[in-house]
Design a protein around this ligand. Structure first.
Ligand SMILES: Cc1cc2nc3c(=O)[nH]c(=O)nc-3n(C[C@H](O)[C@H](O)[C@H](O)COP(=O)(O)OP(=O)(O)OC[C@H]3O[C@@H](n4cnc5c(N)ncnc54)[C@H](O)[C@@H]3O)c2cc1C
Length: 398
């Protein structure tokens, strides 16, 4: 006879781990969450995310946090613009007439989910080093930073520990592969007051401009912040070799050289940057990544199916994985069914469910900085928005 109330650990307090903890909490199944970061404000969480109907927004509904979400969401920032290197506006849609995809800052999303579970469920500063079988069907976790003398043991361990999951090697031989694309991320602070021309260039949402083998993406975040990504199709170590990341002024000058020939209005994005540069080599797991079920061990979110960010699907898939796994476990618990069979069922449906998003993300990464990149991006934007989306007149170039 299987127990219906497993002792559960979740590794990683990102969107997936926190959403799972929330659904389990609602269903009366407590879980302990181990997070390597020292606290919720240990490091900036990164840029804005758009949540999609049927995945991310459905997951928010299942966590019962729609009201809280509506307080932090920015539906007004769903615009999209495409410029060419001469600063001519090829596409401009202020608000999506198609799908409803509100933006939300990562930090705010994490704060909302954290506030929705008991604070003592999250163990900050506890990095998983290794998990091993305990010899009785349970799993022993070796964690740095717990201060405990013995390693805790759990019936069920869920890896929500992102791209470089420490639990994944126990389930799968696959490792994320470099996509050939590297982003160099930087930010622009207080844009409306300090850089109104840049604010006008970006508009309320996201703008892109593509050249040959390089592109610039800028996204409006909350609090007057704009996050920019210079995108290169290069070897994985190229940014480290090309840019002197310890010297922000030099990086800015080097970036201006890379974007030589782009309109002054576009290059203004680089000049307005706040000097914090972060290289992000983009990796992904193979489309269709899955594993043979192992009792009491699983993965969700990026740990299970890391995708390139170019289709904006990763966090949406991660949130839905979390609430779906939570729903299966809670139902088994409440109906007196075997929790491991419920885990296996959730995994099987996740493998199927994410294939489309993973394939779309792989395709979007392949199109980025291809010879047809600008035309393909324009086509995608027109398809995503209403067919009648207007093409705006060209910008003046300075
Ligand atoms: C530049 C960029 C832009 C993106 N834009 C979008 C977008 O617009 N839309 C979208 O849907 N997706 C986007 N994504 C993808 C999205 O960020 C991820 O899919 C999402 O964050 C996955 O959530 P997660 O909870 O699975 O993993 P993560 O967010 O990576 O969280 C993992 C957590 O686990 C913790 N952790 C890691 N290792 C350990 C360990 N050993 N022990 C304890 N804790 C550990 C980490 O500190 C972290 O808190 C983007 C990604 C990038 C890189």
């Amino acid at each position: 006879m299987q127990s219906t109330t497993p002792c559960i650990a979740i590794v990683g307090a990102g969107p997936a781990g926190l959403a799972l903890a929330r659904v389990l909490h609602l269903g009366g199944l407590p879980a302990t969450l181990y997070e390597q970061e020292a606290g919720p404000h240990d490091r900036p969480q990164g840029g804005t995310l758009d949540l999609h109907e049927g995945t991310g927004l459905l997951a928010i509904e299942r966590t019962g946090l729609q009201c809280e979400f509506s307080r932090i969401a920015r539906p007004e920032d769903q615009g999209e613009r495409l410029y060419n290197r001469h600063g001519e506006l090829l596409f401009d849609q202020a608000q999506s007439a198609g799908d409803h995809r509100p933006e939300v800052d990562r930090q705010a999303l994490r704060g909302m989910l954290l506030d929705s579970i008991p604070a003592d469920r999250v163990r900050w500063g506890c990095a998983l080093r290794q998990a091993e079988p305990n010899g009785d069907g349970r799993w022993r976790l070796h964690l740095a930073g717990t201060g405990a003398t013995s390693a805790p043991v759990f019936d069920l361990v869920v890896g929500a520990d992102g791209a470089w999951s420490r639990l994944r090697p126990l389930l799968s031989a696959y490792r994320p592969q470099y996509s050939g694309l590297t982003l160099l991320e930087f930010g622009i602070d207080d844009v409306d007051h300090r850089h109104p021309a840049v604010a006008a260039l970006v508009g309320r949402g996201k703008m892109m401009v593509q050249g040959q083998g390089i592109s610039l993406i800028a996204q409006r975040n909350g609090h007057g912040h704009i996050r920019c990504y210079a995108c290169f199709r290069v070897p994985a170590d190229w940014v480290g070799r090309r840019f002197d990341l310890n010297d922000p002024a030099r990086v800015r000058a080097q970036l201006l050289t890379e974007f030589d020939g782009f309109a002054p209005a576009i290059r203004q994005l680089i000049l307005a940057g706040n000097g914090h540069f972060r290289p992000l080599p983009i990796h992904a797991l193979p489309v269709g990544h899955h594993w043979a079920h192992v009792r009491g061990l699983s993965l969700i979110g990026d740990a299970a199916h890391l995708m390139s960010p170019f289709a904006g699907e990763g966090v949406n898939a991660a949130l839905l994985d979390a609430v779906e796994l939570g729903r299966h476990l809670v139902a088994a618990h409440q109906q007196g069914r075997d929790w491991d069979a419920a885990l296996q069922q959730a995994e099987t449906t996740m493998f199927e469910r994410v294939i489309e998003a993973a394939a779309g993300s792989a395709e979007a990464a392949a199109e980025q900085l291809s010879h047809d990149g600008e035309a393909l991006t324009l086509e995608h934007m027109i398809r995503h928005h209403a067919p009648s989306a207007p093409l705006a007149p060209a910008l003046t170039q300075d």
